[in-house]
Design a protein around this ligand. Structure first.
Ligand SMILES: NC(=O)c1ccc[n+]([C@@H]2O[C@H](COP(=O)([O-])OP(=O)(O)OC[C@H]3O[C@@H](n4cnc5c(N)ncnc54)[C@H](OP(=O)(O)O)[C@@H]3O)[C@@H](O)[C@H]2O)c1
Length: 318
């Protein structure tokens, strides 16, 4: 098969579409003939040599894909050759074939094109596990989503609205804020013009900025609030005022999806299929696709992501 190979750390130009051995299919694995993958910020870090794949994961980038089941191992439950699926991967999505534990495989929601489905697993699993499983966002509560126009943000806005929450986003331009409002957000804050912590109080905050936003996020939490940090775009270190946290009886969580064991990913994936997919089937949540780029030109897709003008997901189509 062919896959995107990273020979040495560097810019997008190091991504090379090359012949490689087919993946080995273990007893619990589903082999997927890949129709599409999608770009995540973690892929750009892996390309730069700053985020190695966890032990046992494919060396090729790609944390999600969609396609058709080509073969199944003897212990696989619930999937058969010919099924249209999408999957959460720990790597290897930028390829013509990938083998993945069956627990991380999902049916394609109704009304979603097979290639669009490639952009759903990472955002759905990340938002479901952090906002709903960890932070336990409840109906009527306010969710603050930093980077509301990102791949993650566009799913967080739609899912939280579908569950009856009030949603406030931050974004870096009026156009991006307008798109978030179209997706259902109640309020948008242009972080280039305004300090969000002066304007909003939230029960749950989904944060991608880490250290740079830590003090502002703690200030913006309501009593009993929950801050979940999933990205460190503003650095890994910041000063945490425990006095402020204590007075609000608030909590700070930080999580990553990729390194979790298969069983934990399986619990999240089942939660997504039970709770998120019915909303996608019903059209209440739609995939937000910014661009489709040929997988062989993954470098161009990384350039688009790093330019930061995109809204939603960038797909890599085979
Ligand atoms: N922990 C996990 O398991 C996990 C899983 C998936 C993703 N993530 C993280 O989630 C984040 C989003 O991922 P993605 O793939 O959706 O990436 P993406 O589409 O490239 O989004 C990055 C976003 O960062 C926003 N941003 C930049 N500076 C900001 C600031 N000062 N304030 C608020 N927003 C700012 C950008 O918004 P503007 O363009 O509007 O400036 C952009 O929308 C990344 O940090 C990624 O690493 C974590």
């Amino acid at each position: 098969m062919r896959a995107i190979v990273i020979d040495k750390p560097g810019g997008p130009e190091v991504l090379a579409w090359r012949q490689v051995p087919d993946p080995a299919v273990g007893p619990g694995d589903v082999l997927i003939e890949v129709t599409a993958s999608a770009v995540n910020r973690a892929d750009t870090l892996q390309r730069q040599g700053a985020y190695d794949p966890p032990p046992g994961a494919s060396p090729y980038p790609g944390l999600e894909c969609s396609g058709v089941v080509g073969a199944v191992g003897r212990d696989v439950e619930g999937f058969a050759p010919g099924d249209r699926v999408c999957a959460l991967l720990s790597g290897g999505g930028y390829a013509e074939r990938v083998a993945v534990p069956w627990q991380q495989v999902m049916r394609v929601p109704e009304g979603v094109e097979l290639d669009e489905a490639a952009g759903l697993p990472e955002v759905a699993c990340t938002v479901w596990s952090n906002v709903f499983m960890t932070a336990r966002l409840r109906k009527g509560e306010t969710l603050l989503v930093h980077g509301g126009a990102s791949g993650i943000g566009t799913m967080a806005v739609q899912l939280a609205k579908a569950f009856g929450s009030r949603v406030v986003v931050t974004a870096g331009s009026p156009e991006k804020i307008a798109r978030c409002l179209e997706l259902g957000a109640d309020e948008g804050i242009d972080y280039r013009r305004e300090d969000f912590s002066e304007r909003v109080r939230a029960d749950v905050i989904l944060d991608i900025m880490g250290g740079a936003y830590l003090a502002g996020n703690v200030k913006a939490l309501e009593t009993g609030g929950r801050l979940v940090v999933i990205g460190l775009q503003g650095g890994a270190k910041g000063e945490l005022n425990l006095g402020a946290l204590l007075a609000k009886r608030a909590s700070v969580h930080a999580t990553t999806l990729r390194a979790r064991p298969v069983d934990e990913k399986g619990v999240i994936v089942r939660g997504v299929v039970q709770n998120v997919w019915p909303l996608v089937d019903a059209g209440a949540i739609r995939p937000v696709v910014h661009a489709r780029v040929p997988m062989s030109d993954a470098a161009e897709a990384h350039r688009i992501l790093e330019a930061g003008e995109h809204i939603g997901k960038i797909l890599l189509v085979s």
